[in-house]
Design a binder for this molecule. Structure first.
Ligand code: NAD
Ligand code: TYD
Length: 353
C-alpha cells in the first residue's frame, strides 16, 4: 500500500474518532490529518491513546471557513478526504436548522471545491484521489412497516438534519457528474458505542439510568431504528475507502431493527444487572414525553450490496455490542462527567426540563 495523506474531518467526534483510531493503528504508511472544529460534540479525549502517533496530526478548524480550507489543501496537498464533520443531532436541527445548513451543506461544498482545485489542475484526477462522504440512511426518509432502504431508494428527507445531509450527498454526486470528481458515499444506519455524546438515545439513557433520572421516551416509543456498533461502521468505512468502486454508493447496516421501547427495555435489563440493582428497577424510570415533531417512523437498511460486493459484515451481534457499550460508559466515568458538565446541563434542562 502506497503512502497517502488523508484528511479526515470530524475526527474528534463519535464516529470520526473510531475511524481515525482504526486508520492510525492499521496504516503506518498513511499520514492522517484530523480536522475538527471541536464543537460541543468534538472531544480530543476520544483520541488520547493515539495523539502521539507519528502518523497522526490534529488540526483545529472549521470546514465552513473558505479561506482556511483552501489554504490548508494548498499547503498539505491531501490525496483523499474522508468527510464526517457535521452537525448530527435531529433534535438540535429542529431548534436551529441554519447551523446544519452551514456545516453540512456549505462545509461540504467548501471541501469539494478545495479538493477539486488541488486535484484537477491538469484536467484529470490521480488514482489516489477520493472524496469519501460519510452520510446517513435518514436521507431516504421514513419507512412503513415493510421494506428496507436500498441504494436505489429515492431521497425523501424529512427533518432539517436529514435534508442537510441529503443536500450534501447531492452536491457530492453533482461534483462527480460535473467535474468528474472521484467520490464515494456511504449511508449508514444508527450507530451506538463508545464516545457518543449523551444527547443521542443510547448514551443519554445509559447515563440517566446510572443517575436514576427519568428516561424520556418520545411519543408511544413505537419507532424503529436499525442499530450498528460504531467499530463496525469504522471497518465498513475502511473497506469502502480501499475497495469501493469510485462513483458508487453503499448502504451500511447490520440488519438489526429494534423498536425504541423494546431496545430501551433490553437496555434497562442489562443496566440492572451491571449496576447490581434488582430486576425492574431501571424500567420504572421510563417516562413517555411529548413526541419529536415530524418523527420518522422506521429506518431499516438493506446492506446486501456492501456484503456481496465488498465482503463487509458486522463483527458483533447486537447483544455483544450493547454490552460492550454499557461497560465502556460505566468504566469511563471521567469522560462522561466531563461531557455532561458545563453547557450540557443547559441543553438537558431546555430539552427535558
Ligand atoms: P458527532 O456530532 O459526534 O461528531 C461531529 C464532529 O464534527 C465533532 O467532532 C464536531 O466537533 C465536528 N464538527 C462539527 N462542525 C464542524 C465544522 N464546522 N468544522 C469542523 N468540524 C466540525 O457526529 P457523529 O455521530 O460522529 O457523525 C459523524 C458523521 O456520520 C456525520 O456526518 C453524520 O451525519 C454521519 N452519520 C452518523 C450516524 C450516527 O448514528 N451517529 C449514522 C450515519 C451517519
Ligand atoms: P436519536 O439517537 O436522536 O437518533 P435519530 O433520531 O437520528 O434516529 O434517536 C433514536 C430514536 O430514539 C428516535 O426514534 C428518537 C428516540 N428518542 C427518544 O425516544 N428519546 C430521546 O430522549 C431521544 C434522544 C431519542
Amino acid at each position: 500500500m502506497r503512502d497517502k495523506k488523508i484528511l479526515i474531518t470530524g475526527g474528534a467526534g463519535f464516529i470520526g474518532s473510531h475511524v481515525v483510531r482504526l486508520f492510525c493503528n492499521k496504516y503506518d504508511q498513511y499520514k492522517i490529518f484530523n480536522l475538527d472544529k471541536l464543537t460541543y460534540a468534538g472531544n480530543l479525549e476520544n483520541l488520547e491513546d493515539i495523539e502521539s502517533f507519528p502518523n497522526y496530526k490534529f488540526i483545529k478548524g472549521d470546514v465552513v471557513d473558505h479561506d482556511f480550507i483552501n489554504d490548508l489543501f494548498d499547503k498539505e496537498q491531501f490525496d483523499s478526504v474522508i468527510h464526517l464533520a457535521a452537525e448530527s443531532h435531529v433534535d438540535r436541527s429542529i431548534e436551529d436548522p441554519m447551523a446544519f445548513i452551514n456545516t453540512n451543506v456549505f462545509g461540504t461544498v467548501n471541501l469539494l471545491n478545495a479538493a477539486k482545485t488541488i486535484w484537477n489542475k491538469d484536467g484529470k484526477y490521480a488514482e489516489q484521489h477520493l472524496f469519501y462522504h460519510v452520510s446517513t440512511d435518514e436521507v431516504y426518509g421514513s419507512l412503513g412497516a415493510e421494506g428496507l432502504f436500498t441504494e436505489d431508494t429515492s431521497y425523501d428527507p424529512k427533518s432539517p438534519y436529514s435534508a442537510s445531509k441529503a443536500s450534501s450527498d447531492h452536491f457530492v454526486r453533482a461534483y462527480a457528474n460535473t467535474y468528474r470528481m472521484p467520490i464515494v458515499i456511504t449511508n449508514c444506519s444508527n450507530n451506538y458505542g463508545a464516545n457518543q455524546f449523551p444527547e443521542k438515545l443510547l448514551p443519554l439513557f445509559i447515563n440517566n439510568i446510572k443517575e436514576s433520572k427519568p428516561l424520556p421516551v418520545y411519543g408511544d416509543g413505537k419507532y424503529t431504528r436499525d442499530w450498528l456498533w460504531v467499530n463496525d461502521h469504522a471497518t465498513a468505512i475502511d473497506t469502502v475507502f480501499h475497495k469501493g468502486e469510485k462513483g458508487e454508493t453503499y448502504n451500511i447496516g447490520g440488519f438489526n431493527e429494534w423498536m425504541n421501547i423494546d431496545l430501551i427495555k433490553l437496555l434497562c435489563k442489562i443496566m440492572d444487572h451491571k449496576l447490581s440493582r434488582s430486576k425492574g428497577t431501571s424500567e420504572q424510570l421510563i417516562t413517555y414525553v411529548k413526541d419529536r415533531p415530524g418523527h420518522d417512523k422506521r429506518y431499516a437498511i438493506d446492506a446486501n450490496k456492501i456484503k456481496n460486493k465488498l465482503g463487509w459484515e458486522p463483527s458483533v451481534t447486537f447483544e455483544e455490542g450493547l454490552e460492550k457499550t454499557v461497560d465502556w460508559y460505566l468504566e469511563n466515568e471521567k469522560w462522561l462527567n466531563n461531557v455532561t458538565s458545563g453547557a450540557y446541563k443547559e441543553y438537558y434542562k431546555k430539552q427535558y426540563g
